[in-house]
Design a binder for this molecule. Structure first.
Ligand code: ZN
Length: 206
């Protein structure tokens, strides 16, 4: 994997997913981060997760890679060089408790191996992105289907927002949010991630 710098993630970026967890829709992009140590290859790998801290949930997401430094007015097609699919593994019970207490999400989202990413394909452009569904199969059965055109905040809006508040540059990854259908992960599960009809990666849970 190439050198990764910051790993930004967008929370609640699809209406139906916000609704399934009973969350209100955000008025501006809701950004959180994962440590780079959370990122592992999603490429026939076995992935070890912590099952002793309540339920672990899967969240399949489009992942974009930024190729160059940002300048105001730069378009997404110009800034992004790679597209992958990733899973934002989440300790859901831990997160619920953190939300209740008003604490940061790190313990629920930032644990090791919590951000597996498939190999990158060259970025097909925003138009193609909006025409192509991505899907997650769990043990052979489709459990999530999403499309960038259903995002509450578009890829361009998310990039501009992150750039304006936190900075963005070459090597940064953005997990762009998960569509509805999140659910529980158990040891022995197999996940496969598809971009259109193309399988970008698969992994086994240990
Ligand atoms: Zn997510």
């Amino acid at each position: 994997m190439e050198q990764i710098r910051n790993v930004y993630c967008v929370g609640r970026n699809y209406k139906l997913h916000a609704a399934e967890l009973g969350n209100e829709l955000p008025k501006q992009p809701m950004i959180f981060m994962k440590p780079t140590h959370a990122v592992v290859p999603l490429d026939q790998a076995e992935i070890v997760l912590p099952y002793d801290r309540g339920e672990v949930h899967y969240e399949a997401e489009l992942v974009i890679r930024i190729a160059r430094d940002y300048r105001p007015g730069a378009g997404a097609d110009e800034l992004i060089d790679g597209l992958a699919l990733g899973i934002d593994f989440t300790l859901r019970d831990v997160q619920t408790e953190l939300k209740r207490q008003g604490h940061p999400w790190m313990a629920a989202k930032g644990f090791m191996n919590s951000a597996p990413v498939t190999p990158f394909i060259s970025f097909p452009g925003i138009d193609r992105l909006n025409e192509t569904d991505f899907t997650l199969r769990l043990n052979g059965e489709e459990v999530q289907r999403g499309n960038a055109r259903d995002m509450i905040f578009s890829v361009q809006t998310v990039i501009d927002y992150i750039a304006g508040h936190y900075g963005i540059g070459a090597g940064d990854l953005i997990f762009t949010g998960t569509p509805a259908g999140v659910g529980r992960v158990q040891a022995g599960d197999k996940f496969e991630l598809y971009w259109g009809s193309e399988r970008l990666g698969a992994c086994m849970m240990k």
